[in-house]
Ligand binder design. Structure first.
Ligand code: NAD
Ligand code: IPM
Ligand code: MN
Length: 371
């Protein structure tokens, strides 16, 4: 039995989570596995009525589960960052989910890339540090000072910044920080994953030619851990990487990214495989509670219209089953998705004619008939 916290969230998060659960349930039934799905009300509606984001009770609830299955958050009625930082980033940092795992593989014929390129990339995104630390502020006024103390996870940092900006010349800052310990554990995960997948190298992405302190430490630690694991590391600057992912994605296997570049490159990774509607992700704490979600957001532009592609959420269920030690169920889900794609039983973003529920039903039916 697995106990799973299910948080559909906002917008299309609700629509795609329903289909993801449908497919998970069909696959679990086929294997006589019991799933206890405990729903949580996280997101904009609750925030707007109670002011709550991710409460201590929510955290306790999730801690008692083996995994969290998440939809998406984000709502045009709420200022950018409130829900994103208050719910999603807080979840990733509270549970110390320091690896964000985001596969990108060519789904023929849906990849927009020319030719029959076959690529199978596993993006691993560092998920707790870098520009996502929340070390920022805005200074205004003559000789303004910011005193900030950051005590979170691996950090206990006290910073004082001052600027001579006048009130018309506001001075904003957002500091990227990484710790040796944070890079080491992430690099170890990357090299161990490469070894497990039989890959000879890890490609590490950065901007060490400009942010020399931040990504200088990143490279130093990657070099050390590469030698330790006996797996090569190849460095790519993020700008060149964006180009190479379009031109020659087949060159890459395991790609290690700092948090912010990983966010951006994995939307690109999603698009080259067949669109945001098929890109799934796992926020992994190898020793704790992990969280699984689509790469995409709440998509307010199509929410409530039955247009959302449920495949990303369904494949997030596959990643969850893999992580919980049931790769057999994971394979069953991925096979059904592949079959549905082959038969063009897909939504409009992939050129199909099905709505969200029909696309979910099609995949659940394939699971039932093949299970
Ligand atoms: P988005 O990922 O929600 O949408 C980007 C574009 O892709 C939109 O045109 C959307 O219609 C399309 N799209 C996304 N998912 C799709 C699907 N399953 N099927 C078909 N089309 C799909 O990104 P955005 O519009 O920049 O952000 C909307 C909100 O979501 C914002 O508040 C943002 O902060 C939030 N967000 C949340 C998460 C998350 O919860 N993990 C991730 C990304 C963005
Ligand atoms: C993602 C999203 C989040 C991120 C946002 C919504 C906080 O874009 O999961 O890719 O930046 O990590
Ligand atoms: Mn993103």
């Amino acid at each position: 039995m697995f106990r799973i916290a299910v948080a559909p969230g906002d917008g299309i998060g609700k629509e795609v989570t329903a289909e993801g659960v449908k497919v998970l349930q069909a696959a679990a039934d086929a294997e006589n596995l019991t799933l206890q799905l405990d729903y949580m009300d996280l997101g904009s509606d609750r925030y707007l009525s109670t002011g709550e984001l991710l409460t201590d009770d929510d955290i306790k609830f999730m801690r008692d589960c083996q995994a969290v299955y998440f939809g998406a958050i984000g709502d045009p009625r709420v200022a950018p960052g409130v829900l994103e930082k208050g719910i999603l980033i807080k979840m990733r940092t509270t549970f110390d989910q320091y690896v964000n795992l985001r596969p990108s593989k060519a789904w023929h014929p849906y990849t927009p890339l020319k030719g029959e390129k076959n690529f199978d990339i596993l993006f691993l995104r560092e998920n707790t540090e870098d520009l996502y630390m929340g070390a920022g502020g805005v200074l205004k006024g003559i000789e303004a000072k910011a005193n900030m103390s950051l005590k979170r996870g691996l950090y206990d940092v006290d910073l004082t910044l001052s600027s001579k900006a006048s009130s018309e010349q506001e001075f904003a800052f957002e500091i990227g920080m990484m710790s040796r310990q944070g890079i080491e554990r992430f690099a170890d995960y990357c090299f161990e994953t490469a070894k497990r997948l039989g890959k000879e190298k890890v490609t590490a992405v950065d901007k060490a030619n400009v942010c020399t302190s931040l990504y200088g430490l990143w490279r130093k630690v990657f070099d050390e851990r590469s030698a330790h694991h006996g797996i090569d590391v190849e460095y790519m600057y993020v700008d060149a990487m964006a180009m190479a992912l379009v031109r020659a994605p087949e060159r890459f296997g395991v790609v290690a990214c700092p948090n912010m570049f990983g966010d951006i490159l994995t939307d690109l990774g999603a698009e080259i495989m067949g669109g945001l509607g098929v890109a799934a992700s796992g926020n992994i704490n190898p020793e704790g509670v992990s969280m699984f979600e689509p790469v995409h957001g709440s998509a307010p532009d199509i929410a409530g219209q039955g247009k959302a592609n449920p495949i990303a959420a369904i494949l997030a269920g596959k990643l969850m089953m893999d992580q919980l030690g049931r790769p057999d169920i994971g394979r069953m889900i991925e096979f059904a998705v592949k079959m549905a794609m082959k038969q063009k039983l897909v939504t409009a973003d992939m050129g199909g004619t099905l709505n969200t529920v029909q696309a979910g039903d099609a995949i659940a039916n394939i699971v039932r008939s093949s299970g």
